[in-house]
Design a protein around this ligand. Structure first.
Ligand code: ZN
Length: 167
């Protein structure tokens, strides 16, 4: 099922999401819909708050196939890189974000299996972007106040747009 993407200004994007207890049929159905929605919008990642659910789940596909991340914990950040990022919840705005280039990630997959893996470059960036969503953080929060002002008019436009026009 294609789900409606929540956009900038929706309070659901600013809440800290809750950890997932168990992965049952409801969670599996949600994950399938999230993947479908991500592919429909040609995104490389989608976090549950972006479809209005404050649970610690996100999906990714950096070109290497779909991955599901549940209850992610990021440790051992290494290096730094700046890259332009976009966000399905903030259409039309791209922002340079500095992030660690390598991270260690502990997570549960869609089958409930635990993993601990090192990720680098693009996929590491996507994982960090989506984890930010779970903590109520958006790419515009990385802008210094002076820079943020430049985007204010565009952001107001997204805020005031009827969400139905966006599906
Ligand atoms: Zn995003």
């Amino acid at each position: 099922m294609i789900l409606t993407i929540r956009t900038y200004g929706d309070p659901v994007l600013r809440k800290v999401s809750e950890p997932v207890g168990k992965i049952g049929p409801a969670e599996r159905m949600l994950i399938a819909s999230m993947l479908e929605t991500m592919y429909k919008h040609k995104g490389v990642g989608l976090a549950a708050p972006q479809i209005g659910i404050n649970k610690r789940i996100f999906v990714t596909d950096d070109g290497e196939g779909p991955e599901v991340f549940i209850n992610v914990k990021i440790t051992k950040p290494k290096g730094k890189a700046v890259l332009e990022e976009g966000c399905l919840s903030i259409p039309g705005i791209n922002i340079d974000v500095e992030r660690p280039n390598e991270i260690t990630v502990e997570y549960i997959d869609h089958e409930g299996k635990s993993h601990k893996k090192i990720f680098r470059e693009l996929i590491a960036r996507v994982i960090q972007h989506e984890t930010d969503h779970l903590n109520g953080k958006l790419i515009v929060d990385y802008l210094p106040p002076e820079e943020l002002k430049k985007y204010q008019a565009k952001l107001e436009k997204i805020k005031n747009k009827d969400t139905h026009a966006n599906t």
